[in-house]
Design a protein around this ligand. Structure first.
Ligand SMILES: [Mg+2]
Length: 167
């Protein structure tokens, strides 16, 4: 997949949002920062994101709701939940609801980059697995000729076999 990793960041703390956006933009992420869940869902309906970093506690739509809606919109998006102290249980619950992982705020940049990198790998694999299945299906369709074609092939094989035996 060419180009930058498209990352949606949702957090109601403006300063945190800005800092994170700066840190990740200089590391070649294509970052779209938004400060609430509704904006996140709207942005994801208009463009495809590879990954989303979603704050758990926000006024209005919660991180759990955003996770659910983002996944419904695009099952391949990998979501990493951001959580403060005291919300670890909810963050763990989110991983059962389909988020890739969670990180406790304030998060270490290296750790964050590592998690995002792995989440992106998972996304790519997930997409490739599906296309491999599609390719297999296409191949089956191409070689699974008409019954007559298969019979002809079997006959050719039999004939060849017979010739080899008699010679
Ligand atoms: Mg918050």
């Amino acid at each position: 997949m060419a180009g930058k990793i498209k990352l949606l960041i949702v957090d109601d703390e403006e300063r945190f949002l800005q800092t994170l956006t700066q840190r990740l933009s200089i590391r070649d992420f294509d970052v779209t920062p938004v400060n609430n869940g509704a904006k996140a869902v709207e942005a994801a309906s208009r463009q495809t994101f590879d990954l989303a970093l979603v704050d758990l506690k926000m006024p209005g739509m919660s991180g759990e709701e955003v996770l659910e809606l983002l996944k419904k919109n695009d099952p391949y998006i990998e979501v990493v939940i951001l959580t403060g102290h005291g919300s670890i249980d909810s963050a763990v619950e989110c991983t059962k609801q389909g988020s890739y992982s969670y990180l406790q705020k304030p998060c270490d940049t290296d750790e964050l980059l590592n998690v995002l990198k792995n989440a992106y790998q998972k996304r790519v694999q997930h997409k490739l697995q599906l296309s491999e299945e599609k390719i297999k299906g296409l191949l089956l369709g191409a070689t699974g000729e008409s019954p007559l074609g298969i019979l002809r092939k079997l006959r050719e094989m039999e004939e060849k076999n017979g010739r080899e035996k008699s010679s």
